[in-house]
Design a protein around this ligand. Structure first.
Ligand SMILES: Cc1cc2nc3c(=O)[nH]c(=O)nc-3n(C[C@H](O)[C@H](O)[C@H](O)COP(=O)(O)OP(=O)(O)OC[C@H]3O[C@@H](n4cnc5c(N)ncnc54)[C@H](O)[C@@H]3O)c2cc1C
Length: 384
């Protein structure tokens, strides 16, 4: 039985507690998903999550817009991740992919949100390029003015939902200024001439990922999200919200690992008694529980601060992502160790978690990048 005592913390309202119960029940009824075809699994999960109303939390309703509730996003991600990594991925990408539209889209662009919220359209966030992963300002894909639109030329890589997405938010160089000052964001439907999937990328915890190619792809000027030159701001503001939710997913993986480890050491008998009676084992369990609670405090602090009107939560979100992902890796590693050989047996829950957690320390800003962000905020005397 997972620890739910954190739900009594002052970060949450009764609405959040009811939502946490609801998503738990949904997971029990609908998960785990069949992973044998990862693209099909994602499509089905997006449809189900949309059908049952969960994706409505990933973007504002264009009819009556209200801000995203980051605590809700975090609670849903934590719960989905505790049950099934691919379900968390399907939910999270609908929010991240549509995030720039939610935050900066105009009324016409926001019409897409009806479809992403209902699970009828899959979204993708296309920022990374081969030479500009951590170095976001070094984006090379160009968007050149042509008549009353833009022509996109270049490549994106490591794009989640690449190949199954219906819409892509693409960050491109429009050249208003050097580096980060010369980028803009574009909303691009999947079926434009010149757009193709150059490569499907396989990773240790499979989910849809692709390298994308843009060969003279024409988009109208109305496809631009925000103003020319605003692309970096659009990307960073989106990540500001969704970074804390990566921490929440890591927290879900860590909680599951702790639960699995606690059950295992209670049941496994060695040296004449349960493994749980050995003090060195208790030390492991104590450290895991401490990391889980500390991560939860940082994740929900960042989410609460954003929901309570902070304009930016750069420092809090980076701390939450950094701590929760790094410590989840350690918690899961301890859980594998406590399972002995069964911990590395293919198909074991902790073996799956061991693979699932790894990429979270890299994407949406590697851990080292989060440290740079936090240090800059502290040295600049910024409170967030
Ligand atoms: C599973 C997965 C899903 C992804 N999904 C998306 C997506 O949907 N959309 C998208 O746009 N991108 C996505 N990405 C890309 C991801 O954001 C990048 O992989 C990430 O930003 C790192 O870029 P890189 O891989 O080019 O590594 P590099 O930029 O080459 O960095 C390599 C390593 O160098 C170190 N490093 C980097 N910067 C610093 C620094 N300042 N100081 C010290 N050390 C540093 C870090 O250890 C880092 O891991 C995804 C990646 C993965 C693995």
């Amino acid at each position: 039985m997972p620890d739910k005592s954190f739900l009594t913390w002052p970060f949450f309202t009764d609405r959040h507690r009811a939502l946490a119960d609801g998503i738990e029940r949904w997971c029990e009824d609908n998960l785990p998903a069949d992973h044998s075809d990862v693209e099909e699994a994602c499509r089905e999960l997006v449809q189900k999550l949309g059908r049952d109303g969960w994706l409505a939390h990933t973007a504002p309703d264009p009819q009556s817009p209200s801000p995203l509730d980051v605590r809700t996003l975090c609670l849903i991600r934590e719960t989905l991740a505790r049950h099934n990594g691919i379900a968390d991925f399907a939910f999270a990408m609908q929010g991240l992919g549509a995030g720039p539209i939610s935050l900066f889209g105009n009324a016409a662009q926001r019409q897409w949100l009806k479809r992403t919220r209902a699970g009828e359209a899959i979204s993708a966030f296309a920022l990374t390029e081969p030479q500009s992963g951590s170095d976001v300002a070094n984006i090379a894909l160009t968007a050149e003015r042509y008549g009353d639109g833009y022509v996109l030329d270049g490549e994106k890589t490591w794009i989640s939902n690449g190949g199954i997405a219906d819409l892509y938010v693409v960050f491109a160089r429009t050249g208003e200024g050097p580096g980060a000052k010369g980028l803009s964001a574009f909303l691009m439907p999947k079926d434009l001439v010149g757009f193709s999937i150059a490569e499907k990328i396989e990773v240790i915890a499979p989910h849809p990922l692709a390298r994308l190619k843009f060969e003279r792809v024409c988009v109208p000027a109305s496809a631009m999200i925000g103003a020319p030159g605003d692309g970096f701001k659009v990307a960073m503001a989106t990540l500001d919200i969704f970074r804390a939710t990566v921490g929440a997913a890591a927290l879900g993986f860590a909680r599951r690992a702790l639960d699995e480890a606690a059950a295992r050491v209670r049941e496994r008998k060695l040296f004449g008694g349960p493994l749980a009676e050995l003090q060195m084992v208790q030390e492991q369990i104590a450290e895991m529980a401490l990391d889980v609670d500390a991560a939860a405090l940082l994740v929900y602090r960042a989410a609460w601060a954003k929901d309570n009107g902070a304009a930016r939560v750069t420092r809090e979100a980076s701390m939450a992502k950094l701590f929760a992902t790094e410590r989840a890796q350690q918690v899961i590693d301890k859980a594998v160790q406590l399972h002995g050989g069964d911990g590395v047996r293919r198909g074991a829950v902790v073996e799956r978690l061991y693979r699932e957690i790894r990429a979270l320390r890299i994407y949406e800003g590697a851990s080292e990048v989060q440290k740079v962000v936090i240090a800059r905020q502290v040295l600049a005397g910024a409170s967030s």
